[in-house]
Structure formats: structure tokens, C-alpha cells
Ligand binder design. Structure first.
Ligand code: M6R
Length: 357
């Protein structure tokens, strides 16, 4: 039920701090250890490469998850769009583990891959919000997202839950492999939950940005580097699917390889700047597009902010910045759709779960 909320999407955006806290509770033992199925741990430890298979927003969560697993657990990861993998399967490693990420657990494109890799005899883990779903039943192992039902077609709390669970999985694997770690996922996720509360309290500021910058525009670009680039991809998907503004997420460094030709006087460009090591270069990209007339809005992390930035995101651990920076992106999309009188929860031409290939 929506309760007092005008839309499920807004309710689900606001639920994200609670989802983070529920995930902490569900994946922690009483003596503060990580609580994961021993079979999952074993499968992660035994594989030589992970293939993440997903679609849409879940694919974007997979791109962030790859970073966790590679950086923390030292296992190479490939992330594939399910519908592409089916028809163009890459050369597989000797002991692959397939990880399916799916809110609904019913996405036909992902299921087609699962059926195929089961025929080949490879193990599969499904990370889903619906434990009894097809992808969960047909895989060897399941991790639950504990996000609660997600009704709005635009996925919000499932994305942040997926990233949180992937971080926990990566750390658990690192511990199983006895790797040195200086990262307590539960402590950091608790900080994220608080940051999300601060962010969801700033709806008016985001609505104002939308009114000033996205009112009548036909297109918008999102630019970021490294982890921020993945959030740009998610932010642009969110904006296009519910507000019908043509939106694209780009890696900052790619602009001069073509995209910058699209920048005209007044083109909105949203930049995400949460990573210290690329802060200077993304700032350079912002200047390049501003010099060509773009209407730039920088969303930066506390500590990296500059006076002219449009919005400052509270500080969270560098690995977990997508969990914070995506919240204002979700709200941007929400208010842009609202201001255009679009059907926020049920955008045209889209279904909540895509059960046909
Ligand atoms: O249920 P799934 O996570 O497998 O769904 C995958 C995509 O269809 C889904 O994320 C879609 O892109 C959303 N509408 C995005 O908001």
C-alpha cells in the first residue's frame, strides 16, 4: 500500500535507509560476524571467475558489484547484459560461477542464460528480492535482498539492496580466502543508511533543481568517471524511463571522443563527483561542457565539493558511494516525471518484470 505517498516510487525511495538496516540485521550474526550460507561461501571460494548476468537496473548494480568482488575478494568478474550473453557467449573460464541479479527473479533474458549454463553444468547463484521466484528456484544458491515488495516500474530500493548485498558477499568471500581487509561492511552500511536519510530529506532542493534545469529540456546527459560512471548509467535509465527525457550516461573521458558534439547552449549535464582519484578529471570535463554552453549540475561528495556545485552528498565510504549518489538521481527522475505529468509508477510501454525474451 502507498499509505500517504502519492506514488510507490517515492515511498520506495524513502524506504532505502530501512532496507539498508534490514540487510545489516539479516546478514549479521549475534556476535557481529557475517551470516552467509556456507555453500555460497564455498562456491565463491572455488570459482576462478564470476559471470554476473542481469538486465536494466540490476545490470547497473552488477557493474558496481564487480568492483567489490575484484577489489576485495580478488576474483575476476565479467558483467553481462543477459539478452546479449544468450546470443554471444564469451569464452568461459575453467571454473566459472554465474551470479544472476534480478529484483523480480522472473526476467526471461536472465532465465534463458540460466537454462543454458545449467545444461553446461556450471553453478549458479541468484541474488533476488523474491526468494521463491523462477531464477531463485532454478539456481543452486540464493541470496535475498530483503527490500520488501517493489511496485513502481522504476527500480530504486532493489538497486541499493543489490549493491549492499554484493558488498557483503565480496567481504564474506575475502574473509573465507583469509585476505587482509580494512573494510567493515556493516559499519559502513549503517553510515550509508544515515546518509540516505539526510538525502531523502532534501526533496525540495532536488525538486527546485528539476524546475530550474529539466523543465522543458528534450535531452540530458550524465557524466562521471570510475564508479560514478556506473551511477550515471543508472541515473540516465531512471530519467528516461519515467520522464521520457532522452538521457544518456557517459564516462567523462569519452566526451571528447564524440559525445561533446551534442552539447548545445542550455543542454543539461549532470555530473557525479564522489571519487577522489578522478575528481580533477571530472571537474575538467564539467568545464569543457560548460564552455560549450551546457547547463551543468555537479553532485559531489562532502570533502570534494566546490562552491558552484548543485548538491553535496554526505560522506560515505569510497566503495559505497553509489548507495548515496543514486538517491538524488532517483529523486531527479521522480520530480522530472512529476513535472511533466507522466505516470510515475507505470511509465508507458514498460512492465515491472519482463517475462518475454
Ligand atoms: O526484475 P529484474 O531486476 O530482473 O529486472 C530487470 C530490469 O527489467 C529492470 O531493472 C528495469 O530496467 C527497471 N524498470 C529499471 O528501473
Amino acid at each position: 500500500e502507498k499509505g500517504t505517498y502519492p506514488h510507490f516510487m517515492l515511498k520506495e525511495i524513502d524506504e532505502q535507509p530501512f532496507v539498508m538496516r534490514r540487510i545489516i540485521k539479516e546478514y549479521q550474526t549475534e556476535d557481529n560476524k557475517l551470516k552467509l550460507d556456507a555453500d555460497v561461501r564455498q562456491a565463491m571460494k572455488a570459482c576462478d571467475r564470476i559471470y554476473i548476468i542481469a538486465a536494466g537496473t540490476s545490470y547497473h548494480a552488477g557493474l558496481v558489484g564487480k568492483e567489490f568482488i575484484e577489489k576485495l575478494a580478488n576474483i575476476p568478474v565479467e558483467v553481462h547484459i543477459a539478452s546479449e550473453f544468450s546470443y554471444n557467449m564469451p569464452l568461459l573460464s575453467e571454473n566459472p560461477l554465474f551470479v544472476f541479479i534480478s529484483q523480480s527473479g522472473e526476467t526471461a533474458d536472465s532465465r534463458a542464460v540460466l537454462v543454458r549454463i545449467k545444461e553446461l553444468g556450471h553453478p549458479a547463484l541468484t541474488i533476488t528480492n523474491v526468494p521463491g521466484s523462477t531464477l531463485s528456484r532454478e539456481a543452486d544458491y540464493t541470496l535475498n535482498l530483503y527490500a520488501g515488495p517493489e511496485i513502481a516500474v522504476a527500480s530504486t530500493k532493489a538497486y541499493t539492496a543489490q549493491i549492499a548485498v554484493l558488498a557483503i558477499l565480496a567481504v564474506d568471500t575475502a574473509q573465507a580466502k583469509e585476505l587482509e581487509l580494512d573494510f567493515d561492511p556493516m559499519q559502513e552500511l549503517a553510515i550509508v543508511a544515515n546518509a540516505m536519510e539526510v538525502l531523502t530529506d532534501q526533496k525540495e532542493a532536488i525538486e527546485e533543481l528539476v524546475r530550474e534545469n529539466l523543465g522543458t529540456t528534450r535531452n540530458a546527459f550524465f557524466i562521471g568517471r570510475s564508479t560514478d560512471y556506473h551511477v550515471c548509467q543508472e541515473g540516465s535509465l531512471k530519467l528516461k524511463e519515467i520522464s521520457y527525457i532522452q538521457a544518456e550516461g557517459f564516462a567523462g573521458g569519452e566526451l571528447k571522443h564524440g559525445t561533446i558534439a551534442l552539447i548545445e547552449e542550455g543542454t543539461p549535464v549532470i555530473a557525479i563527483a564522489t571519487q577522489e582519484n578522478v575528481n580533477l578529471s571530472i571537474r575538467g570535463n564539467v568545464q569543457e561542457v560548460a564552455a560549450r554552453g551546457a547547463n551543468t549540475m555537479v553532485f559531489s561528495m562532502k570533502g570534494l565539493e566546490q562552491d558552484t556545485d548543485a548538491f553535496v552528498i554526505p560522506h560515505v565510504h569510497e566503495l559505497l558511494t553509489p548507495l548515496a549518489s543514486v538517491v538524488p538521481m532517483q529523486l531527479l527522475a521522480y520530480y522530472a516525471a512529476l513535472h511533466r505529468d507522466c505516470d510515475v509508477d507505470k511509465p508507458r510501454n514498460l512492465a515491472k518484470s519482463v517475462t518475454v525474451e
